[in-house]
Design a protein around this ligand. Structure first.
Ligand code: ADP
Ligand code: ZN
Length: 214
């Protein structure tokens, strides 16, 4: 089972990836999370990536393709995996093809731009372990601290309204064309992002059941 989640920033692909990951016991791989961790620990890759993510720009293709190459050879990917936030450009999708990675299903979560801007203002992240929350859609139990590790939650630097608009522009220009890229291969389905997270999950599961019969 090799699945890609596409969608604008804040459409909910991270949350859906984690749910499917837990259900099927395959890893959810988020290039964004890997990059944030590298920035937090100050690796060379993190230092290079920081300037781009801060501005809402994409990190160069060769950097993220390198990240994915290293990650997909790990043992836990043998049974399958979910890609959350990769590929984000046609060049990245072509790199996956060249690596011989056969994708089964691409699920694009559709959310209108004005709803994205509203949603992003409620997004919170744990500074220690990177878990994501939303004050309305996915609140932590205490409201202020991470359920997993107890650290304080904060707003991600690139979730500020000015940066969100840039990320949306980048999404439409660079990433949205991937829908056609995968549609032409008969692999892309669209799911309407719902107000309630569980409702979106139900639609996602329906598509997975259709594609895999389970
Ligand atoms: P979101 O889906 O909410 O936009 P991510 O956590 O997936 O956020 O990504 C955060 C940032 O990390 C992106 O804005 C971009 O700068 C960088 N990034 C993540 N994945 C990629 C990728 N595949 N290609 C280029 N940049 C990426
Ligand atoms: Zn945490």
């Amino acid at each position: 089972m090799r699945i890609i989640f596409l969608g604008a920033p804040g459409a909910g692909k991270g949350t859906q990836s984690e749910l499917i990951s837990a259900q099927y016991g395959i890893p959810a791989i988020s290039t964004g999370a890997i990059i944030r961790e590298a920035i937090a620990t100050g690796t060379d890759m993190g230092l290079e990536a920081k300037a781009y993510t801060e501005k809402g720009m994409l990190v160069p293709d060769e950097v993220v393709i390198g990240i994915i190459k290293e990650r997909l050879v790990k043992d836990d990917c043998k049974k399958g995996f979910i890609l959350d936030g990769f590929p984000r450009t046609v060049a990245q999708a072509e790199a996956l093809d060249e690596m011989g990675v056969d994708i089964d299903l691409v699920i694009s979560i559709e959310v209108k731009d004005e709803d994205i801007v509203k949603r992003m203002s409620g997004r919170r992240v744990c500074g220690s372990c990177g878990s994501s929350y939303h004050i309305v859609y996915k609140p932590s139990r205490s409201g202020e601290q991470c359920d997993k590790c107890g650290s304080d939650l904060s707003i991600r630097a690139d979730d500020k309204p000015e940066v969100v608009l840039d990320r949306l522009r980048v999404y439409h220009e660079m990433t949205e064309p991937l829908k056609d890229y995968y549609k032409s291969k008969g692999k892309c389905v669209e799911v309407e992002g719902q107000e309630i997270l569980d409702d979106t999950s139900a639609l996602v599961r329906e598509q997975i059941a259709l594609a895999f019969g389970k």
